[in-house]
Design a binder for this molecule. Structure first.
Ligand SMILES: *Cc1c(COP(=O)(O)O)cnc(C)c1O
Length: 453
């Protein structure tokens, strides 16, 4: 043990490789299937959507992939990111647990998303792609990709979920500052958007719908490709820079974690922190419990079905085996917009099935209460998404207080909440509601999931 509060790495200690967990797993993850033929997809099927280097990373069997020099140079403007010991929070809780958090809010976009936006823009630019299309829920992914496209002189066109487009105008401004064009989704610009609007002109949208729109536009334009901010193998792999750094930082602090906690929307910040630790666990070097935390209103891991489902609402994206609430799921309007996705990363879903991790779901009022306690002790204002990790961390620290156990908790604090103050306002004025995910909805969704022979 030592007296660190902030554990930093030098620039030249930044890891040089991303970690691909796939070859180390006891069983291979089920393959992605073509949405039309239901046959396993090959690289050619994905070529209209992604550049070849990202497709090869998506199906790679290499354990380590070198981070290109140009990407590392950009990473260095905010990486390595700091690891903090939450001393004042520990004191306020009166817990014997030692709490650490890896903070990704130091990136230009304020979250972990640029860790994958930058390499995605880089590989596309290298292949001569002129424009990237994407969706965004809370606006964090859209702003990260807008930032990355600006660095590589590419156009960026974003479909922002209507609910968030209306509620978070400054995220849109940020995307526009970085040069992106932003449309509310559903939009009249695409066939999938028009179909939704015909059925419901007041649709507040969903990530699944916005993905359909962005995919449709990319496929129709030979100079454009599509970028996804979570869920896919290559995205989770790019995020492992977080965990690789955290391993070095925990070592510097002289600590071995007993529990890792991260929030899960599509699974990328959670996978990014945890996969390198799971590697160490599988190698017998440590034995932390790895715990995902999701919103009670959008509980894909804890209540979803493990089945092949579409990644988008219109059924254009590949079929992947994942924990899903159904591809046409429209979530309740909880404030953690980045966690309102119907599915979970196939890799995280697979790890969950293999028993390599656990999951829990928490209501948003408990999460915001935890965030307020965190802000008042640690000073950082968390994004609504990682408030779920904070709430679970506080539950664990309180359990340690009961039992007297001195556990070491490591948490992913994946972004700041400077654009989310309207959500904090709602909490502070007592307007925040909790939503449960009813059992009928689970059953109804199951009926609409495609049947795979
Ligand atoms: C996008 C986002 C999430 C949800 O996505 P994951 O892929 O699960 O990480 C969570 N937190 C923040 C701050 C985000 O920007």
């Amino acid at each position: 043990m030592n007296d660190h509060t902030k554990i930093l790495l030098d620039e030249d200690e930044m890891p040089t490789h991303w970690y691909n967990i796939v070859p180390d797993l006891p069983a291979p993850p089920p393959p992605a299937l073509h949405p039309g033929t239901h046959q396993p997809i090959g690289p050619d099927d994905l070529a209209p959507l992604f550049p070849m280097e990202l497709i090869m990373q998506e199906v790679s069997q290499e354990s380590y992939i070198e981070i290109p020099e140009e990407v590392r140079n950009i990473y260095r403007s905010w990486r390595p990111s700091p690891l903090y010991r939450a001393r004042r929070l520990e004191q306020a809780l009166g817990t014997p647990a030692r709490i650490y958090y890896k903070y990704e809010g130091v990136s230009p976009a304020g979250s972990h998303k640029p860790n994958t936006a930058v390499p995605q823009a880089y590989y596309n630019a290298k292949q001569g792609v002129k424009k990237l299309t994407t969706e965004t829920g809370a606006g964090q992914w859209g702003s990260a990709l807008a930032f990355a496209c600006a660095l590589f002189d590419m156009e960026c066109e974003v479909w922002q979920v209507r609910a968030s487009y209306d509620a978070k105008p400054y995220r849109r401004s940020l995307m526009e500052v970085w040069g992106a064009t932003v449309h509310p989704s559903p939009s009249p610009l695409t066939a999938s958007g028009r179909a939704i609007l015909e059925a419901d002109p007041d649709s507040t949208g969903s990530l699944g719908i916005a993905i359909s729109e962005a995919v449709e536009m990319a496929v129709a334009d030979p100079d454009a490709k599509y970028a996804l901010g979570s869920v896919l193998n290559h995205v989770l792999m790019h995020q492992t820079i977080i965990g690789e750094e955290a391993l070095l930082q925990m070592k510097k602090a002289g600590e071995t974690p007993d529990v890792l906690v991260g929030c899960t929307g599509g699974g990328s910040n959670f996978g990014g922190l945890s996969f390198p630790f799971i590697r160490e666990k599988m190698a017998g070097n440590m034995s932390p419990e790895i715990r995902a935390v999701e919103p009670a209103a959008c509980p894909s891991l804890t209540k979803g079905i493990y089945a092949y489902d579409f990644g988008d609402t219109a059924g254009m994206a590949p079929l992947v085996k994942m924990h899903t609430l159904g591809h046409d799921f429209v979530p309740d309007p909880i404030h953690a917009g980045g966690l309102r996705y119907h599915g979970m990363a196939p890799l995280v879903s697979h790890l969950y099935e293999l028993g390599l991790m656990t999951a829990t779901a928490i209501h948003q009022t408990e999460c915001f209460a935890a965030a307020i306690q965190f802000a008042r002790t640690e000073g950082i204002l968390p994004a609504p998404e990682p408030t779920h990790a904070i709430a679970e961390c506080i539950r664990e620290a309180n359990a340690c207080k009961e039992s007297g156990e001195e556990k070491v908790i490591l948490m992913a604090l994946c972004g700041h909440g400077h654009f989310d103050l309207a959500s904090y306002d709602a909490y502070l004025s007592g307007e925040l509601e909790d939503y449960d995910y009813p059992e009928e909805k689970v059953l109804a969704a199951q009926e609409r999931i495609p049947v795979i022979a």
